[in-house]
Design a protein around this ligand. Sequence first.
Ligand code: ZN
Length: 240
Amino acid sequence: MAQQSAEQMGINFIPGVEITCERGIEPDNDELIRQNRERASRSWHLLAYFPGLKHNSEAAELFAKWLEPLQNNRIPRMKKMIAKLAELGMPVDYDEVAKKAGGSIGRPHLAQAMVERGYVETKSEAFERWIGDGLPAHVAQPKPTISEAVNMVKKSGGITSLAHPLYYGIPPDKLAEYCRNVGIDSIEAFHRSHDDEYRFQLWQACKGHNLEVSCGSDFHGQSYGHNPGKMAVPMNDLCI
Ligand SMILES: [Zn+2]
């Protein structure tokens, strides 16, 4: 569907997926302070892009098969989180959340439902108090390690980029070195949450470790107040 829409609009379509993985390295306290963040995310997100991937090809099937159990867990996990919220006195209907998701259901959709029901003021508050990693209404999901995911993507003919590193609390140079060692192709330096200084530091770190940079609007729905395709990036430095 996305491919068809892109073609109609004259947009170059590249199939891709964001994979939630285990942390690659433990966060660095000084970096968290430097970035003014209270804590680092417990999972790292790996972007996998498949330029030129043919539907029904052997590579596509191999990857889809590996991804399936990770995706299929989304619905039971969401139902468990909804049950926990109900126990905590915050009932939400599964259908209500599913409607917001449209496709791949996840915590941002649940957070939105919680805002609408008046349990929290903002989606961030939902994450910070209830559904964030390790909090009372959170249910952990099975996660591959970064290197397992990287290997699988490569085997299927894809390329990888580490998504929004701001959330991980790792100094840019150390992060680039890790990515290089584990076989990640690029870092999403140009992400909307990164200020100019941080983007520049990541970009330089990537150059220093022979990595590419990628750009993402991280579009997960209109409610985040931003639009897809609005991130500026120097074309010469893109890996695709
Ligand atoms: Zn992400």
